[in-house]
Design a protein. Structure first.
Length: 68
């Protein structure tokens, strides 16, 4: 589970919706500081910038995939 703290203090949290046919759709929603469940998600939040990946991260992932 990844919760990101966005600029301005909003949190981007995981969410799941279930369609009428039973299909699960995974996504995210933004929780603002005035939302009732903000305090529940806050301990899990990481700042957004450190969660960004660099080109070196992508290259390492691709090299592992190519060697498999």
């Amino acid at each position: 589970m990844t919760v990101l703290m966005l600029p301005g203090g909003a949190l981007r949290v995981p969410t799941t919706a279930v369609l009428d046919d039973g299909t699960r759709v995974h996504g995210t929603r933004d929780v603002s500081p005035d939302t009732p469940d903000y305090d529940r998600w806050l301990p899990f939040a990481d700042p957004e910038e450190p969660a960004w990946h660099t080109d070196l991260d992508d290259e390492a992932i691709l090299s592992r995939w190519q060697s498999a």
